[in-house]
Design a protein around this ligand. Structure first.
Ligand SMILES: [Zn+2]
Ligand SMILES: [Zn+2]
Ligand SMILES: [Zn+2]
Ligand SMILES: [Zn+2]
Length: 611
């Protein structure tokens, strides 16, 4: 089936398998293309924009750390009170109004039912975490679970004594890793697994004591991809400057220019995962058009950061869940946190922050309930009679998005169109209902926009606050080596070198915390001169976008074809390939755009080269 996206107006295809899935859960086929759907969901997840605001719980007046800004259009309770039995979410229930579109009614409810300040469950001494569970001594980390003594990390699980990692599991004593797993004392690693005591690795597996290497498997004592004796390696390493920021920057540049740029790249970072398309998929099977999928996901499509998700379509942050569609954060840890979903295996539809519920529709903040609509309790018979009537009404009286000032515009193209975007049954929540502005959410991380673009597309934008930190140290005045940093450095307010001029949620200033200082000392690393958000965006920039292009393997027999842009690198093969001396016929879907400079090989040719 071919359709035109209601949002970006680009054509997209719906496969037969997809139609089977939609009919299984009785939803119509989507009207947005998959990337517009992903962007729309991401606009409902604020991971890292934290504020101090008043707790709205009765009798409370203290400030709490919250993902909702003080002027957000919602009621916010501190976590402990929100999870207590002191208040009753059914008290906010209203009868369904068949003369008003469903989403208008949901929006009204969203302005009234209290929301938890942050989502961080079963954690100890981990106040500055969100979308998080089961952490200990973890600081400014998001989408994080089961970590101890971890800071400034994102999408991290089972980490220990590590800083500044992104998309990582089972790391210990690690720093600045992106897409790395099961490693010990790995620093500046990308797409690497099971490595130890190594610096600057790209696509390496089972390596130890390697420095500045790409595409190595089961090697040790290598520098810039060349083997050394243990003695020579140790001698060389001792002569390197890891202790100053300039020294590290120089290594980073050489590593990128001379090693990574000249390496052959696998079309996708898919490991031990048969029949999968997308990027960064580990130990899963039959998962398509998906990104950052961890162990045990199966038979799913359009996933983003999921773990053990089965039979799911369009899920962001689903953990150990089955049969869910258009969901954000379902079942984190053991707490069955269902944040935003249109459908899941428990037949919950259009819910927000509901836990342990079955058969609820359009509800917010319910716990262990059944047969509720707009937070109002019904009998099973009443519920089963009402829901089909509501579905029918949603189709006959759809909510229309973006009709402000009588000039409806498509929020993707900014073009005036005859009508706004229609939200019938099966459509995810419209962006303007989100309690967050676009640039507070992960949509800004994965689909970055300028303020102007976001507004043109109908997203809300939050002006970055004027921050008035009196920085006591600047990028030029912080000690250049950790040996010169006194214990009192934890009292200083350090100015971020970006000074808020970037589009990276820069906080303009930051502090060093005690556990961090101890780790820098242990690893003999210099202090950072960028704030945690700017460092996070620098790691994001090392990743490919959530996008796929159909491309052909660049292997041409003895060599690769030359890359598409200057300096037109050619990679010389080291082994004979299955296709002989002619061009490899294999095609694939890859997150490397056709105009990129890297040499991209299919699985088969890549495996021939990397042994
Ligand atoms: Zn689209
Ligand atoms: Zn900054
Ligand atoms: Zn090939
Ligand atoms: Zn080949």
């Amino acid at each position: 089936m071919n359709k035109q996206c209601q949002n970006c107006k680009v054509g997209f295809e719906i496969a037969t398998d997809d139609l089977n899935f939609y009919s299984k859960i009785s939803v119509p086929p989507p009207t947005f293309c998959w990337r517009c759907r992903m962007q729309r969901r991401d606009n409902w997840r604020n991971e890292r924009s934290l504020y101090k605001r008043k707790c709205d719980a009765p009798g409370h007046s203290e400030n709490v750390i919250s993902v909702f800004s003080p002027d957000a259009p919602c009621i916010v309770y501190d976590q402990k009170y929100w999870w207590s039995d002191e208040w009753n979410s059914l008290a906010y229930g209203v009868p369904y109004d068949f003369s008003t579109p469903f989403f208008e009614q949901f929006k009204a409810l969203l302005g009234k039912v209290p929301l938890p300040a942050v989502s961080s469950v079963n954690s100890v001494n981990s106040d500055y975490t969100n979308a998080a569970a089961e952490n200990k001594n973890t600081y400014l980390s998001f989408a994080a679970g089961f970590n101890e003594n971890v800071a400034y990390s994102n999408k991290i699980g089972y980490g220990k004594d590590s800083l500044d990692c992104y998309m990582a599991t089972k790391l210990e004593l690690c720093y600045e890793n992106v897409n790395c797993h099961e490693s010990y004392r790995l620093l500046w690693g990308v797409n690497s697994k099971n490595c130890r005591d190594s610096y600057f690795l790209y696509n390496c597996k089972n390596c130890s004591n390697c420095f500045g290497c790409a595409n190595l498997i089961s090697k040790s004592y290598h520098i810039w991809n060349q083997p050394y004796s243990k003695e020579e390696y140790t001698k060389q390493l001792a002569s390197f400057d890891f202790v100053t920021r300039e020294g590290i920057e120089a290594f980073k540049e050489k590593f990128q220019k001379e090693i990574v740029a000249n390496a052959v790249h696998k079309y996708a970072n898919i490991l031990n995962s048969p029949h999968c398309t997308g990027d960064n998929i580990n130990n899963s099977k039959n998962v398509h058009t998906s990104f950052d999928v961890l162990t045990g996901s199966e038979d799913s499509k359009f996933l983003q950061h999921c773990y053990e998700e089965k039979n799911g379509y369009d899920c962001m942050g689903a953990w150990k869940y089955e049969l869910s569609y258009e969901s954000v954060d379902v079942n984190i840890g053991s707490n069955n946190v269902a944040t935003v979903i249109t459908y899941n295996a428990n037949a919950n539809r259009y819910t927000l922050n509901c836990h342990g519920c079955n058969n609820i529709f359009g509800c917010i903040g319910l716990r262990n309930k059944e047969y509720c609509i707009l937070n109002r309790q019904y009998s099973k018979e009443e519920y089963e009679k009402l829901v089909p009537q509501i579905v029918k009404q949603m189709n006959e009286m759809p909510y229309t998005s973006n009709t402000r000032q009588g000039t409806p515009k498509s929020f993707a193209t900014g073009q005036a169109s005859d009508k706004g975007i229609e939200y019938k049954y099966g459509e995810f929540f419209p962006p303007e209902l989100s309690p967050w502005a676009y640039n507070e959410t992960i949509a800004q991380e994965y689909f970055p926009l300028t303020e102007e673009e976001a507004k043109l597309k109908g997203f809300r934008w939050r002006k970055s606050e004027e921050r008035h930190y009196n920085a006591t140290l600047s990028g030029d005045t912080i000690p250049n080596q950790i040996k010169d940093a006194p214990d009192s450095i934890v009292n200083e307010v350090i100015e971020c070198t970006h000074k808020g001029t970037c589009n990276e949620q820069c906080t303009t200033a930051f502090k060093i915390i005690e556990q961090e200082l101890q780790l820098y000392r242990k690893l003999n690393l210099p202090l950072p001169n960028l704030c945690p958000n700017c460092r996070h965006y620098a790691r994001l920039a090392q990743r490919n976008p959530l996008q796929l292009w159909k491309r052909k393997c660049m292997c041409a027999g003895k060599n690769s074809r030359s890359s598409n842009i200057e300096p037109r690198t050619v990679y010389a093969n080291t082994a004979a390939h299955f296709h002989g001396t002619g061009e490899c016929p294999n095609e694939f879907e890859t997150s490397y755009a056709p105009e990129r400079p890297e040499i991209i090989y299919c699985e088969n040719c890549y495996q021939q080269e990397v042994v």
